[in-house]
Design a protein around this ligand. Structure first.
Ligand SMILES: [Zn+2]
Length: 124
């Protein structure tokens, strides 16, 4: 569990808004998602997001063609969201950028990792 107090600072919101959208897109590409489930999922990752914040984000992503929603049927009849083909494409491109950013942010950690030698290089 990550510390979540910082998400409440308005000054940090912009920094995390893209990360939250990528989380949503990632999960919607894997399986149909719904709002409450994503609020819990995001909280698990340290993002405290209220329904009043999350639903407008989901709606905006749908308007932009990244998600498609469907009103569920049955007793719960909650609205479920899935990634569209364009949403999947966007996710694929974002993943490359996240990888870039990740390797830059954690360059020091990655460099410190012990290098595994093959059998040939091992001392006799
Ligand atoms: Zn997640």
């Amino acid at each position: 569990m990550l510390p979540s107090g910082d998400i409440l600072r308005p000054a940090y919101r912009d920094l995390y808004s893209g990360l939250i959208r990528l989380h949503l897109l990632y999960h919607a590409a894997k399986e149909p998602i719904f709002g409450l489930q994503m609020i819990e999922e995001l909280a698990r990752h340290g993002y405290k997001v209220s329904p009043g914040t999350l639903y407008p984000v989901l709606h905006a992503m749908e308007r932009k063609g990244l998600l498609r929603s469907q009103q569920g049927r049955g007793p719960n009849d909650r609205r479920v969201y899935r990634a569209t083909a364009e949403g999947r494409r966007a996710l694929g491109m974002a993943k490359q950028r996240v990888r870039e950013l990740f390797s830059e942010l954690f360059e020091d950690v990655l460099l410190r990792r012990p290098v595994r030698h093959g059998h040939k290089e091992e001392a006799p």
